[in-house]
Design a protein around this ligand. Structure first.
Ligand code: ADP
Ligand code: MG
Length: 202
């Protein structure tokens, strides 16, 4: 799954670059591709424990990603790792859902943005909510993740109508309206790969 996510982010570099050029400084595609390459290099040393893998991913991305996304992804993964550690044992689907929700909360705490501010949180938070709701409703992991991807896609599309209040896009103000937030799009891209990989394993 990690390999597939890295491949998808490398492939998305041109698209994310164009999107960030329109509403930011154009570095998001390169940053995420660089992060993905670093993960590919360091992944063999991560071990097998899911929480330890998330912790190691956080450390790699904190060093390699850069930009605003670097510290935000680092804190997301670190908090998610802490949730899995607390749960103990082999994480169940609900533990992963809580890890995603708490990770999104950590992003909000660090960056000060909320849903509706036109950031990656507009994909992350609805996805985490949908994942938990689907699991609460008895869905299998594949179905729950598919619902999460749908929510992330909807949230990402909705950013096009939002006035940016955080990050570089906020300098553009109303002029960013009509374009999708690149950080939210990136979330939708990697979450879709996670979902596809889990569904293929079924
Ligand atoms: P920058 O080049 O502005 O340092 P990146 O290019 O790494 O940032 O990432 C841009 C993306 O980061 C935005 O599209 C947005 O989704 C996200 N982002 C920016 N600021 C915040 C924030 N305070 N909280 C959450 N996400 C943010
Ligand atoms: Mg940027």
């Amino acid at each position: 799954m990690v390999e597939e996510v890295c491949a998808a982010l490398v492939a998305a570099e041109p698209e994310l670059t164009m999107m960030d050029q329109a509403v930011g400084d154009g570095d998001l595609g390169i940053s995420l591709a660089r992060g993905a390459e670093a993960v590919r290099r360091e992944f063999p040393g991560y071990g097998e424990d899911p929480a330890a893998v998330l912790r190691a991913l956080s450390a790699t991305l904190r060093r390699a990603l850069g930009g605003t996304s670097g510290p935000l992804y680092a804190v997301l993964l670190l908090r998610a790792a802490a949730v899995l550690e607390e749960a103990g044992g082999v994480p169940a689907a609900r533990d992963w859902a809580r890890a995603l929700a708490e990770g999104a909360r950590a992003v909000s705490e660090l960056g000060g943005a909320e849903v509706g501010d036109r950031t990656m949180l507009d994909a992350l938070v609805p996805a985490a909510d949908a994942l938990r709701q689907a699991l609460d409703g008895g869905a299998e992991p594949c179905g729950a993740l598919s619902a999460a991807v749908e929510a992330a896609r909807k949230g990402t599309a909705a950013t096009a109508a939002m006035t940016p209040r955080r990050g570089r896009s906020s300098y553009l103000g109303e002029r960013a309206v009509g374009r999708v937030d690149p950080g939210a799009e990136a979330v939708a891209i990697w979450l879709e790969v996670v979902s596809r990989t889990v569904c293929e394993g079924n």
